[in-house]
Ligand binder design. Structure first.
Ligand SMILES: Nc1ncnc2c1ncn2[C@@H]1O[C@H](COP(=O)(O)OP(=O)(O)OP(=O)(O)O)[C@@H](O)[C@H]1O
Length: 307
């Protein structure tokens, strides 16, 4: 397994304001993901999460730096990188099958209709939409539309799935069901996924690691938090895990307090060497590993935490 299947290397994004002043959303941002890893990014509104995702997708270009995917610098969009947005962006005149088949035939232009249809059908079934193949988006619920978006993204077997708050517009029940399905599909297919969320519990349920970003402008990636919960975790017993509350409180503490104070309190922060936080068992201490600093945080050592 490549340690750096996806590598964001020193990217910056700046905008020129009306008065000629430049706003730096972020600069010198470095992060990496391994193949098959599921990462969530959490940070307050305006810190630049969507900008990072758009740069990964190739929908936007950084002012500085590069994004390397599977050993190659990206340039523009690619069917290797599928995006699932909060809104579904389906073609309204096409059926469920038509929407997914359109993506499939865009990727494999030489395939005949039967092959395209069979491939699309497989992914429609994977997201639980068998029986709805011939419905148009106007006949579908919000959750069903989002399933079509997921089937469409997965059907082109992308190297990376990029998701911008994909479930935030859904009711809690549908959101939970789709989280379960995305998790199952990513585990089954070994999909590499990068997801923006404002929902701490969603991140804890889905992510292998969680990127914590400070407030913008001038946001930085403050920490990479490794999820200590077992990979076969279930939604209903998540909160029973002995490290669940410690992990949750660590993230919430960051959002409530440290995301605002981080820059002032951490003047020696090295963006190329971002601390990796492992919420560990009591008694473990800070350790260094490879080129990354690894901190094992002991529950109860932070006065802001209740676990
Ligand atoms: N085209 C643009 N021109 C000027 N500023 C922009 C433009 N696009 C984004 N920005 C600014 O860049 C910053 C980061 O925006 P971005 O959408 O990436 O944040 P975000 O963390 O995804 O926020 P949210 O959680 O609210 O979606 C914001 O301050 C935004 O106003």
């Amino acid at each position: 397994m490549s340690d750096k299947f996806i590598s964001i290397e020193g990217i910056a994004k700046r905008y020129l304001g009306a008065g000629g002043a430049t706003t730096t959303v972020f600069e010198n941002l470095w992060l990496s993901m391994a193949r098959g890893e599921f990462a969530c990014v959490i940070g307050h509104s305006g810190c630049g999460k969507t900008t990072v995702l758009n740069i990964l997708a190739g929908l936007d270009a950084p002012n500085e730096g590069a994004v390397i995917v599977d050993g190659q610098a990206i340039s523009g969009t690619s069917l290797d990188r599928a995006v699932i947005f909060q809104s579904h962006a389906l073609l309204p005149w096409r059926t469920v099958l038509g929407n997914v088949a359109y993506a499939v035939s865009s990727k494999w232009r030489s395939w005949d209709r039967a092959k395209v249809k069979a491939h699309a059908q497989k992914f429609i079934e994977l997201v639980g939409l068998a029986g709805s193949e011939h419905k148009r988006p106007s006949e579908l619920s919000g959750g069903m539309k989002q399933r079509v978006g997921i089937a469409r993204a997965l059907s082109i077997t992308p190297k990376m799935m990029l998701m911008d708050e994909p479930f935030s517009a859904l009711d809690a029940l549908t959101r939970g069901t789709l989280q379960d399905e995305v998790r199952r599909i990513c585990l089954e297919t070994g999909q590499t996924a990068f997801m923006i969320t404002h929902d701490v519990d969603e991140a804890i349920y889905l992510a292998d690691k969680i990127f914590l970003m400070t407030n913008g402008p001038g946001a930085v990636l403050a920490e990479v938090v490794e999820n200590p919960l077992p990979r076969d975790r279930g939604r209903t017993d998540l909160h029973r895990h002995p490290l669940y509350y410690a992990l949750r409180n660590h993230i919430i503490d960051f959002l409530v307090t440290r995301s605002k104070t981080f820059a002032a309190e951490t003047p020696d922060h090295d963006p190329r060497n971002v601390p990796v936080v492992r919420i560990g068992k009591p008694g473990l201490s800070i350790a260094a590993s490879g080129e990354e600093q690894r901190q094992t945080w002991t529950p109860g050592t932070n006065p802001g935490l209740t676990a």
